[in-house]
Design a protein around this ligand. Structure first.
Ligand code: 5AD
Ligand code: SF4
Length: 466
C-alpha cells in the first residue's frame, strides 16, 4: 500500500463516517489507454470512499480492465476469473463480500457472454460507459448482475473526475492523457473499431485543463494517447480546425510541462502540421511509434491499411528530414491470411530499410467478427512462429545497434523514480529507453544533463555531467 492510500484509508467517507472504507483492486491488461482508464475509474470510485489496494485478498471490489486485441489476451482474462471465483468463495465463507467486475475491451466485445462463461462475475462494463461505474457497482452490491456496454451518448470524459493533486503526485512525474478514442480505419485483423467504437476527439479546452491539473500535481512529461492519436482534431480557439501538431504546440505553452509524447499513430494521419511540430518543438520528444504491420503491398491491401510500403518509406524520409534525431518504433504482424514467404521477405526488407529503435511484433491472431477471420489461407502456426523468430531477431539487432549508437551522447534526463540499485534513479531517454544514473531521491522530477556510458539489453546507463 502506498503512503497516500494508507492515509486515505483513515479518512472518513462522507455520509459513512463510521464505516471503514472499501478497497478496490484494479488489474490492467493491454495498452496504455487501459492504464489511463484504470486510473480514471479508481478516481471515480474514490468519490464513493473506495481506496485502491494492490493486495488482492483485501479487496471488496476486484476490477479486471481487459484487452481483446489477440486471442491470448482475452483467454488470460477467463483464467484469472477462474482463480477469482475460488477467492470469492473463500471470502464468502468468512462472511466477506467480493464483487468482481470486468471492464475494457473484452467487456465490450463479449458483454452478457462473460456472465454465462464466468458465473462469479457481478458486473461487466464497456469502455464508453466508465462514468457509470460507481452507480453500476452499487447495483451489483445490491445483488443485480449488471452489464453496461452501450455506446453511451454522453461524453464520459465530462463525467469522470480528473485526478486530484495528491493522487497525481503519488502517480509520478510522467502521465498519460487520452485525447482521442476509437478507430474508423477497420484494418481487417483488428477488433478495436468494434470494441472502442468510432473515432472521437476530446475538445481542446478539456485537454488543456486536464494537462494543467497534471502539471500542478507535479507532472513534467505527458504522453497523449489515442488508438489513432494523430487523427485527433478539434476546433481551436482561433476558429481553425486544429490537428495534433497544433494541440502539441498549445500544450507546450503550459509552464512547468517539460516534455510531450504521443502514441499510437497511423501513417495515413501523419499530416504536415505534426511533421512540422517534430521540426520546431523542443518539448516534443524525437520518438515516433508508427505501425506499418507488413512490408508487402499485397498484404497491406488485404489488411486494408490503405497505403503501400513505398508510401510508408517516403513518409519516414519526410519525418526524418524534419527531425533527423528521430527514433522510430513500429508494430508488425506476421502470418496474416495469405502471407507467402515472399510477402514476409518484403517485411524483412522494409525493416532493413527503416532501421527501428524499438518494435513490437506479433503472430496474426484470428479475431471473431473481423473480416480477417473469414479469410481462407490461414497461415499454419509453425510457419508464423518461424517468421516471428526471424523478424524479432532482426528487430532486436536493430534495437541493440540503436542503443550502442547512444553511447557517448549527452542528453537531458527527466528523473522519474528509484532505479533497481540503491542510490540509482531511472528516467527515459528522449528515445524512450530507460536510463539509470546515480542520483538522490530528492532529484525525482528534475531534468539533469547526463552522458550515456553503457548500453544493457533493455536499458542504458549514464553518468551525471557536472
Ligand atoms: N493479431 C495479431 N496482432 C494484432 N494486432 C492488432 N490486432 C491483431 C491481431 N488480430 C497488433 C497490431 C497493432 C497492435 C496494437 O496489435 O500490430 O498495431
Ligand atoms: Fe486497429 Fe487499424 Fe484502427 Fe489501429 S488503425 S486500432 S490496427 S483498426
Amino acid at each position: 500500500m502506498t503512503q497516500e492510500t494508507a492515509l486515505l484509508s483513515k479518512t472518513p467517507v462522507p455520509g459513512e463516517e463510521h464505516a471503514p472504507s472499501r478497497k478496490v483492486f484494479v488489474k490492467t491488461y493491454g495498452c496504455q489507454m487501459n492504464v489511463y482508464d484504470s486510473d480514471r475509474m479508481s478516481d471515480a470510485l474514490s468519490r464513493d470512499g473506495y481506496v485502491s489496494t494492490d493486495v488482492l485478498e483485501e479487496a471488496d471490489f476486484v476490477l479486471l480492465n481487459t484487452c481483446h486485441i489477440r486471442e491470448k489476451a482475452a483467454e488470460k482474462v477467463y483464467s484469472e476469473l477462474g482463480r477469482l471465483r475460488e477467492l470469492k468463495k473463500e471470502k464468502a465463507r468468512e462472511g466477506r463480500e467480493m464483487v468482481i467486475g470486468v471492464a475494457g475491451c473484452v467487456a465490450q466485445a463479449e458483454g452478457d457472454e462473460i456472465l454465462r462463461r464466468a458465473p462469479a462475475v457481478d458486473l461487466v462494463i464497456g469502455p464508453q460507459t466508465y462514468h457509470r461505474l460507481p452507480e453500476a457497482l452499487k447495483r451489483a452490491r445490491d445483488g443485480e448482475r449488471v452489464v453496461e456496454s452501450d455506446y453511451a451518448i454522453e461524453d464520459k470524459f465530462e463525467h469522470l473526475p480528473a485526478p486530484d493533486k495528491a493522487k497525481t503526485r503519488a502517480r509520478g512525474v510522467t502521465a498519460f492523457l487520452t485525447v482521442q478514442e476509437g478507430c474508423d480505419k477497420f484494418c481487417t485483423f483488428c477488433v478495436v473499431p468494434y470494441t472502442r467504437g468510432s473515432e472521437v476527439s476530446r475538445p481542446v479546452a478539456q485537454i488543456v485543463a486536464e494537462a494543467e491539473k497534471l502539471v500542478e500535481g507535479g507532472v513534467r512529461e505527458i504522453t497523449l494517447l489515442g488508438q489513432n492519436v494523430n487523427a485527433w482534431h478539434g476546433a481551436g480557439p482561433d476558429g481553425r480546425d486544429w490537428g495534433l501538431g497544433d494541440l502539441l504546440v498549445r500544450l507546450a505553452e503550459i509552464e512547468g510541462l517539460k516534455r510531450l509524447r504521443y502514441t499510437t499513430s497511423h501513417p495515413r494521419d501523419m499530416d504536415d502540421g505534426l511533421i512540422e511540430a517534430h521540426r520546431s518543438m523542443t518539448k516534443l520528444m524525437p520518438y515516433l511509434h508508427l505501425p506499418v504491420q507488413s512490408g508487402s503491398d499485397r498484404i497491406l491491401k488485404a489488411m486494408n491499411r490503405r497505403h503501400t510500403a513505398a508510401e510508408y518509406l517516403t513518409l519516414i524520409d519526410r519525418i526524418r528530414a524534419a527531425q533527423p534525431d528521430l527514433a522510430l518504433s513500429g508494430d508488425f504482424i506476421v502470418g496474416f491470411p495469405g502471407e507467402t514467404d515472399e510477402d514476409f521477405e518484403d517485411t524483412m526488407r522494409l525493416v532493413e530499410a527503416v532501421g527501428y529503435a524499438q518494435a513490437f511484433s506479433f503472430k496474426y491472431s484470428s479475431r471473431p467478427g473481423t473480416p480477417g477471420a473469414e479469410l481462407k489461407d490461414q497461415v499454419p502456426e509453425d510457419v508464423k512462429a518461424k517468421r516471428l523468430e526471424r523478424l524479432q531477431t532482426l528487430l532486436m539487432k536493430q534495437q541493440r545497434e540503436f542503443a550502442q549508437a547512444c553511447i557517448g551522447r549527452e542528453i537531458d534526463l527527466l528523473l522519474e523514480k528509484p532505479g533497481r540499485m540503491p542510490g540509482q534513479l531511472v528516467g527515459r531517454s528522449p528515445w524512450l529507453q530507460p536510463v539509470n544514473v546515480d542520483a538522490k531521491t530528492s532529484q525525482i522530477g528534475d531534468i539533469i544533463k547526463v552522458r550515456i556510458i553503457k548500453a544493457g539489453s533493455n536499458s542504458l546507463f549514464a553518468e551525471m555531467i557536472a
